[in-house]
Design a protein around this ligand. Structure first.
Ligand code: FAD
Length: 470
C-alpha cells in the first residue's frame, strides 16, 4: 500500500485508528478458521462516512478491503488472503434505538450479539438468533454470514430478523434497504441479497432488527440415549408429534466426552448420545407441551432428565457452547463443517460419518442443531502428521458428496468463505454460479471488497485445497 494511501487513511480515521506495525497486523491475519497472511493495514472506522471514504479510496487505488467484526467466523471470511486493509467494525458498537411499541431495534454492526440480547431482555424483549459465539461475535458478522443458533428450529435465523439496513457499496455509495414496518415489498429485496453475502457486496453500517416479546416461561430437558441412532431417529419424530421445541440440540458421545466435566448433571456411563430440548411460551403452553413430551417419550428407549434450576440450565448451555473450542483437547487442529440435511436424513448422515471415521482412521465428532438438520461435523487432525491431514481432507470431500446425495447443503450458517469455495460447484450449477458472479461484478466491478471469498479462485482444486481450521 502506497505511503500516499496510508496518509489519506490516517486523515480519514485519525492516526490512532489505523494500525500498520507488523505485530498489530498479525492479530488480524486470522479468524476462527485459522490463517496467517498479514494485511497491509487495519482500520477502525467510527462512522458510515469514514467507511464510504475508505471504500472510495480503495476503489480508486484498487486495494482489497476486508470487513471484520469479531473475527470468529469459521470459514476464513475475515482473513486478508490477498493482503489489503482489514476494516474492523468494533468501534461502531452502538445500539441506536429500541422501539418497544413497534418491536424494532436499530444498531451499528459492531454490537456484540449477546449484549443486544441482554439489553433487550431488560425490556422484556428478545432478538432470537443465538449463535454459540454470541458472547463475542457481532451483529455485522451475523448479518454477513446469516448466522443461526439453537433457537433457529422454532424462530429461524438472522435473515428472518433483519428487515432493513444501511450499507456502503465498494464504490463508496451509501444505500438504505428494506423497511421498518411489518410488511413491505417496495422494489427488489436488497436486504436479503446482502444478508449472507459474506462481506463481498457491501459493508453493513446500520441494521434494523425485528424483535419479539420474551416468552414467559422456558423448560429444559436432557434426553439420554444408549445408542446413537436412537437419538438421531427421534429428532424427526419429535417434530412430527406436535411438540414445538425452541431448541433441539444433539451431541454424540465424543462431543459429550469433551464437555462432560462442565455438565452439572451426572450422566450414566452408558450415554452414547443426547438431545438437549427446550420448550418456551406462556406458562400454560409450556406445561402442556412438557406433558405431551413426557407421554411421547415414556415408551421409548430414552432417559429423561429435567433441569430444575436456572443455574443447571446455565451450566448445560455453557457446556453446549463450549463444545467447539473443547474439541482441541482431542487433536490440535480440526476441519469443522456445518452441513445440513433434511431432518429425516440425520441418522444416515451420522451413520456415514461413523463409517468414514473407521475407514479413514480419524476421530470425527458430530453435534449441533439437530432440530433443523444442521449437524456440525468436526474432523479432528494433527496437521503436522501429513498423512492424517490428507485423510482429513479426503473425509471432508467425501462428507460433502454424501451430504449433497442426501439432499442437503454445504453450509447452514458458517458460510462458504475460503474453506468451502473450491466445493461450491458441487452444489451450485454453472448458470446459477454465473448469475451470482455477475451480481458480485455489478456491486464490485474492481473486485476490491473481500476478494477470494465464496467463489473458487482459478488455482483451487479439491485435492490440494487446505480448508483447514485454526
Ligand atoms: C466457538 C464458536 C461457536 C460458533 N457458533 C456458531 C453458531 O452457533 N452459529 C453460527 O452461525 N456461527 C457460529 N460461529 C461462527 C461465527 O461466530 C459467526 O459466523 C459470526 O456471525 C461471525 O461474526 P464475527 O463478528 O466474528 O464476524 P467475522 O468473523 O469478523 O466476519 C465474518 C464475515 O462477515 C463479514 N463482515 C463482518 N462485519 C461485516 C460488516 N459490517 N459488513 C459486511 N460484512 C461484514 C466478514 O468480511 C466475514 O466475511 C461460531 C464460532 C465460534 C468460534
Amino acid at each position: 500500500m502506497k505511503q500516499e494511501v496510508l496518509r489519506t487513511l490516517r486523515a480519514i480515521l485519525g492516526r490512532e485508528h489505523l494500525l500498520t506495525a507488523e505485530e498489530d497486523l498479525a492479530c488480524y491475519s486470522f479468524d476462527g478458521s485459522g490463517g496467517d497472511i498479514l494485511p497491509q493495514a487495519v482500520a477502525f472506522p467510527d462512522s458510515t462516512e469514514q467507511i464510504a471514504a475508505i471504500l472510495r479510496l480503495a476503489d480508486k487505488h484498487r486495494f482489497p478491503v476486508i470487513p471484520r467484526g469479531a473475527g470468529s467466523g469459521m470459514t476464513g471470511g475475515a482473513q486478508p488472503i490477498h493482503g489489503g486493509l482489514v476494516l474492523v467494525c468494533s468501534r461502531m458498537n452502538r445500539i441506536l434505538e429500541i422501539d418497544t411499541d413497534n418491536l424494532i431495534a436499530v444498531t451499528e454492526p459492531g454490537v456484540i450479539t449477546g449484549e443486544l440480547q441482554s439489553a433487550l431482555q431488560k425490556k422484556g424483549l428478545m432478538y432470537p438468533p443465538d449463535p454459540a459465539s454470541l458472547k463475542f461475535c457481532t451483529l455485522g458478522g451475523n448479518a454477513a454470514e446469516c448466522s443461526g443458533g439453537p433457537s433457529a428450529v422454532k424462530y429461524g435465523v438472522t435473515r428472518d430478523y433483519i428487515i432493513g439496513c444501511e450499507a456502503v457499496l465498494p464504490s463508496g455509495e451509501i444505500i438504505t434497504t428494506g423497511v421498518r414496518t411489518e410488511k413491505g415489498v417496495t422494489g427488489y429485496d436488497l436486504t436479503h441479497l446482502l444478508i449472507g453475502s459474506e462481506g463481498t457486496l457491501a459493508v453493513f453500517t446500520k441494521l434494523t432488527l425485528r424483535l419479539l416479546p420474551l416468552p414467559e416461561a422456558k423448560q429444559t430437558f436432557l434426553l439420554l440415549f444408549s445408542a446413537i441412532e436412537q437419538a438421531t431417529e427421534l429428532v424427526a419424530e419429535i417434530l412430527q408429534s406436535g411438540i414445538m421445541p425452541c431448541t433441539l440440540e444433539y451431541m454424540d458421545h465424543t462431543a459429550i466426552s469433551v464437555v462432560r466435566k462442565m455438565l452439572s448433571v451426572p450422566l450414566p456411563d452408558s450415554t452414547r448420545a443426547l438431545l438437549l430440548l427446550e420448550i418456551d411460551g406462556s406458562r400454560e403452553k409450556v406445561e402442556q407441551q412438557a406433558g405431551t413430551l413426557r407421554k411421547f417419550l415414556a415408551p421409548r428407549p430414552v432417559t429423561l432428565q429435567e433441569s430444575t434450576t436456572e443455574e443447571e440450565r446455565r451450566q448445560l448451555w455453557q457446556a453446549r457452547r463450549s463444545i467447539s473450542p473443547a474439541t482441541f483437547s482431542i487433536k490440535p487442529h480440526k476441519i469443522s463443517e456445518d452441513v445440513v440435511v433434511p431432518r429425516s436424513k440425520i441418522p444416515d448422515l451420522v451413520h456415514y460419518t461413523s463409517r468414514l471415521a473407521l475407514e479413514l482412521e480419524l476421530t470425527i465428532l458430530t453435534f449441533g442443531h439437530a432440530g433443523d438438520g444442521n449437524i456440525h461435523v468436526n474432523i479432528m487432525i494433527d496437521k503436522t502428521d501429513r498423512q492424517e491431514y490428507a485423510r482429513g481432507l479426503e473425509a471432508k470431500k467425501n462428507l460433502f458428496e454424501q451430504v449433497l446425495a442426501l439432499g442437503g447443503t454445504l453450509s447452514g450458517e458458517h458460510g462458504i468463505g475460503t474453506t468451502k469455495a473450491a466445493f461450491l460447484p458441487l452444489e451450485i450449477n454453472p448458470a446459477t454460479m454465473s448469475i451470482m458472479q455477475r451480481i458480485k461484478h455489478l456491486f464490485d466491478p474492481n473486485n476490491i471488497l473481500n476478494p477470494g471469498k465464496i467463489f473458487p479462485e482459478e488455482s483451487e482444486q479439491f485435492a490440494d485445497h487446505l480448508g483447514d481450521q485454526r
